[in-house]
Design a protein around this ligand. Structure first.
Ligand code: CP
Ligand code: NVA
Length: 313
């Protein structure tokens, strides 16, 4: 067990330089996976899920196995935490068995409490507020395509929630230009926005938010969207469809405002013909499978830097 630990709850635990190193490590791991096949030998990652997952679950488990370690998948409904066992006891007990714990849950407070009480590193695999592991893969994809973050414009369209928050923080840390087009009533958390703006002052990132999808995508290098109804919001589905309507849909009319060689990104899962048309998501500008594949490589870098013997802490 480590005596010091590095959590990843929001990405803010990592400096700009560390995040850049993580992306470069991910590229090395992706290119030479055999070099890292014993990097986490004997290490065990626990993974708790309160929500469904395809990419996060499989990429973390495959990543741990490829790094020589192992992973245990746990569903809250099968754990005593699902019957009300306090987080403090769960965190302290699991710290006796595991080298790290990834959790996907609803309230961000839950991952903060696990991090406070657990002595092992905690990795946020998605909360209602943040999705840092997705943002690592997104940065990796942008960097692979452009070779730099400087002068690259990312447009995000949709709900100002978890994926958007993590993109804002990630963009601020690496110096991207990000413009979010978000409908009224779905604004980003102003505290997170302020943090991103403060970081941007020292990294050269440019952060802007408006309600105009056209302003957001104009001259964009990357256009990114997410579902209009996130997990846990299903009861609001009908009103959300109306509020986002066609104005915020990524379609041929909207992408015409972006750079001619723009790329399309989506964290997935996607709802075709809602937030994006099939023409765009399945078209030649789409990088969705490369981006999803990069969940594996980005997280392997995160795991090596977090659980490895020669980690950065
Ligand atoms: N993007 C993402 O987190 O996918 P899953 O919900 O399948 O894990
Ligand atoms: N915003 C989506 C992201 C899924 C990866 C959700 O929270 O359901």
């Amino acid at each position: 067990m480590q005596t010091t630990k590095k959590d990843t709850l929001t990405l803010l635990e990592w400096s700009s330089e560390e995040l850049q190193s993580m992306i470069e490590l991910a590229i090395d791991i992706k290119g030479k996976p055999e070099k890292y096949q014993e990097a986490l030998k004997g290490k065990i990652l626990g993974m708790i899920f309160d929500k469904a997952s395809t990419r996060t679950r499989v990429s973390f488990e495959a990543g741990m196995l490829q790094l020589g370690g192992s992973a245990i998948v746990l569903f809250s409904r099968d754990l005593q935490i699902g019957r009300g066992e306090p987080i403090i006891d769960t965190a302290k007990v699991l710290s006796e068995y595991l080298d790290g714990l990834m959790i996907r849950t609803f309230a961000h407070k839950t991952v903060e409490q696990l991090a406070e009480y657990g002595t092992m590193p905690i990795i946020n695999g998605l909360t209602d507020e943040h999705h840092p592991c997705q943002a690592i893969a997104d940065l990796l994809t942008i960097y692979e395509v452009k070779g730099t973050f400087e002068g690259v414009k990312l447009a995000y369209l949709g709900d100002g929630n978890n994926v958007c928050h993590s993109l804002l923080l990630a963009s601020a840390l690496v110096g991207l230009t990000i413009h979010c087009g978000i409908p009224q009533g779905y604004a980003v958390d102003p505290v997170i926005l302020k943090i991103a703006q403060d970081i941007a002052e020292s990294t050269g990132a440019v952060i802007s938010i408006s309600e105009s999808p056209i302003e957001a995508v104009t001259d964009a290098d990357f256009i990114y969207t997410d579902v209009w109804t996130s997990m846990g919001q299903e009861a609001e589905n009908d009103s959300r469809l109306k509020d986002f309507a066609e104005e915020y849909q990524v379609n041929a009319k909207l992408v015409a405002y972006a750079k001619p060689d723009y790329h399309f990104l989506h964290c997935l899962p996607a709802h075709r013909e809602e937030e994006v048309t099939s023409e765009i998501i399945d078209g030649p500008h789409s990088l969705i499978y490369q981006q999803a594949g990069n969940r594996l490589h980005g997280q392997k870098a995160l795991l090596v830097m977090t659980l490895g013997e020669n980690n950065s802490i």
